[in-house]
Ligand binder design. Structure first.
Ligand code: GLY
Length: 396
């Protein structure tokens, strides 16, 4: 009898410990991607009956909020569909992606802000990569030319937003992301002006946007006559001197991408220095999903920004491919924690909830009290991208 009790106890212990065993990361990734396909199929079922509209977030009642293609995030939803097609190879998702991508085409003429890179490269850029659809080349090239019109030789940067009394020529760190479109246009057309603009912007930003600790200001405005720095401030961060989390992630991603595209060592060094600032930051929580600002008041109760975590994870996974084995392990450890956190019920929505977006707990602009603790398309986009990047890395 004693022996039977003993074996029952062992069995209970075994069941208990197996339940607590950490799920292998490849299972986490596949589960998250399979869920994302289902969730975005629900999203598309709603969006197909809203011509010209793209999902943005949800309102206070949990109702889906949409925008036309003018809003800076218009490229992310079609981009998510392209990534999910890449994962699933499902013809229906491909058809959906083509239908939704077409809604963004008119942004190829956008010259009044810098977001054309986000809008077109995430949508048409991914579409071209996956289908070789010839007509997408023209859209991307026209968009790159539109973006180039915002280059200001006086200061060597692409102007982000319009001039105001406050800022003569504002350039925000986010703008690094738009350079990928220019690098594509250079490779496609052979026109070196695209390359020169992208490198000039990246170099000038490296010089004037970063502090000694490799944190970045959000906005640097340049004097339009002298080309010198007019002022360094914030728009979406806690203060002018603080480290707004998504901005730090844009910088990390931007310099990693620019290293990939140019193989210039200085961009690799910059990306690694930014990574060190973030990874070693005492205000990066254990689950590695940043608060909305690394200097936010009220930490540890400050609101999180899952989008900053998703962008950072995707960037770290790419950056891990350009460094030595020890550094690679360091980056992937953080990125894996971020993916596990985002894939957990703490951040990942349930099927059919959260306006059919994937991730919860993002922060658009806390100072403006706009889009705080809500779903946002760019969080979903970079999360799916990070999942696919890590999946590819694991399969090597
Ligand atoms: N580019 C705008 C943002 O990151 O909120």
């Amino acid at each position: 009898m004693k022996t039977i009790t003993f074996y029952i106890l062992i069995l209970i212990l075994f069941i208990f410990t197996s339940c607590r065993r950490v799920m292998p990361i490849d299972k986490v990734i596949d589960g998250s991607l399979a869920f994302s396909v289902k969730q975005y199929n629900l999203m598309t079922a709603v969006m197909k009956d809203k011509p010209g509209q793209l999902p943005r977030t949800i309102d206070a009642d949990g109702k889906l909020k949409t925008e036309n293609s003018r809003w800076w995030t218009s490229g992310f939803y079609p981009g998510c569909l392209w990534y999910l097609y890449e994962y699933s190879k499902d013809q229906k998702i491909k058809d959906d992606a083509m239908m939704i991508t077409a809604r963004v085409e008119q942004e190829k003429y956008t010259t009044n802000n810098h977001d054309v890179g986000f809008m077109l490269y995430c949508s048409f850029g991914n579409g071209l990569r996956l289908t070789n659809e010839e007509s997408y080349n023209e859209v991307l090239l026209t968009g790159a030319k539109s973006l180039s019109t915002r280059f200001r030789p006086k200061n060597g940067c692409i102007q982000s937003w319009g001039s105001t009394k406050k800022w003569q020529c504002p350039v925000i760190i986010d703008n690094m992301m738009n350079l990928e479109l220019l690098m594509w246009a250079f490779k496609k057309s052979g026109d070196s002006s695209f390359y020169k603009i992208a490198v000039s912007h990246a170099d000038t930003t490296m010089k004037y946007h970063f502090r000694r600790d490799y944190s970045t200001f959000h906005v640097v405005s340049y004097d339009t006559i002298t080309g010198k720095v007019e002022v360094r401030q914030t728009s979406q961060g806690f203060s002018d001197e603080s480290a707004w989390s998504r901005g730090q992630s844009w910088g990390l991603y931007g310099y990693t991408m620019m290293y990939r595209e140019t193989k210039l060592d200085r961009y690799l060094k910059q990306a690694q220095n930014i990574a060190d600032f973030l990874i070693n930051n005492p205000n990066l929580p254990d689950d590695k999903i940043p608060y909305w600002d690394y200097n936010a008041p009220g930490i540890p109760d400050a609101t999180r920004d899952a989008s900053a975590g998703a962008i950072m994870a995707s960037a770290l996974i790419e950056l891990s491919g350009y460094v030595n084995a020890e550094t690679k392990e360091k980056y992937l450890k953080v990125a894996e924690t971020q993916l596990r956190s985002l894939a957990s019920p703490a951040y990942m929505a349930k099927l059919g909830e959260n306006g059919n977006f994937i991730l919860m707990h993002n922060a658009g602009s806390v100072p403006a009290n706009s889009e705080v603790d809500v779903p946002l398309t760019y969080a979903d986009y970079y999360f799916i991208e990070a999942l696919l990047r890590y999946r590819k890395l694991l399969s090597k």
